[in-house]
Design a protein around this ligand. Structure first.
Ligand code: AMP
Length: 302
């Protein structure tokens, strides 16, 4: 398997100023794999309860997402409930029900071991580390959130010292690095041994830092944003999926792949939950990728 993701398959209940949905398909692994599948084969490591709908698994399988690593167990599926106000960069969590995630011990299918790219989506850093140890991929990336920064900081630091790259949102970068400045936060993360640091800034885009490079990608300019849930995981899925397709890890390729990630998340936020993925086509991705080139182009002569 070229690319593997460890993350959640979830039931999300979401409210934004533009509507609400209840118990819809969500989760970090769902969004990541749907985005990555536009470029690369992808396998999922996750767990669902006996209440998880067969149609959701079929929906993912129909898109050729490999679910060999998804465990079905007794109990209730992970649930997340949240809302957004007019500042849609900020998700407000109302309820997180870990349910079957609480006793989750990932079982790694043989064909996922030594995969080329591994994304450890937001979950318990202990489980992320265990999965990294078992898979031993060529390149690894992780994500995290305030919940783990506050509750499992030491385990998270251990993980960050062992992965090649991190996708982290701006609030969490500030919180973990204890600085208001994102460039200082990026430097601090690089000092841990990370080779690639991507800081997500919602509608302001994302920045990338390595030892040698700094790059800023804008977000695609949209007038209609209905629900930002899944934008971060879709951005990571598009970026890493594109890297996996081409077998690359250089700074130049990360920049280009980040634009692919931005394009995919621009479609995701235009509708609730995973709805945009039902109609997203390659031509759509290519169209916005080309528009992106124009948005960031300027006359190089000073
Ligand atoms: P994002 O891409 O950052 O908007 O993440 C959206 C997804 O994260 C939602 O579909 C949620 O189900 C999932 N999620 C929320 N909280 C957690 C958590 N503590 N651990 C893992 N996944 C979560």
């Amino acid at each position: 398997m070229k690319l593997v993701v460890l993350g959640t398959l979830a039931f999300d209940s979401i409210q934004t100023p533009f509507g609400r949905v209840e118990n819809v398909l969500g989760g970090s692994a769902t969004y990541f794999s749907l985005a990555a599948r536009n470029f690369s084969e992808v396998g999922v490591i996750s767990v669902v309860g006996s209440d998880f709908h067969e149609e959701h698994l079929k929906f993912l399988e129909k898109r050729s997402i490999d679910l060999k690593g998804v465990e079905k167990t007794k109990g209730k599926t992970f649930r997340w409930q949240g809302y957004y106000e007019y500042d849609m960069d900020q998700a407000h969590t109302l309820k997180t029900e870990l349910n079957v995630l609480e006793s989750f011990k990932p079982k790694i299918p043989r064909e996922y071991r030594k995969c080329d790219y591994l994304f450890l989506a937001n979950t318990d850093p202990g489980i992320q580390m265990e999965t990294l140890d078992k898979i031993k991929p060529k390149y690894s990336f992780c994500d995290t959130m305030n919940f783990w920064i506050e509750h499992k900081r030491e385990e998270l630091t251990e993980l960050l010292k062992n992965v090649d790259g991190v996708f982290i949102n701006e609030g969490e970068a500030r919180e973990y690095c204890k600085t208001p400045n994102l460039i200082a936060a990026g430097r601090k993360l690089l000092k841990l041994g990370l080779k690639k640091v991507v800081i997500k800034k919602g509608e302001s885009g994302a920045i990338f830092m390595s030892d040698k490079e700094f790059f800023a990608a804008p977000a695609y300019p949209l007038e209609v944003v209905k629900d930002p849930t899944g934008a971060g995981d879709s951005f990571a899925g598009g970026t890493i999926g594109h890297l996996a397709k081409h077998g690359k890890f250089t700074d130049e390729w990360i920049k280009k792949s980040m634009v692919c990630g931005s394009v995919i998340s621009s479609y995701v936020v235009e509708d609730f939950g995973i709805e945009s993925y039902r109609k997203l086509k390659h031509e759509d991705i290519e169209k916005r990728y080309n528009t992106f080139k124009k948005i960031v182009a300027f006359d190089h002569k000073y």
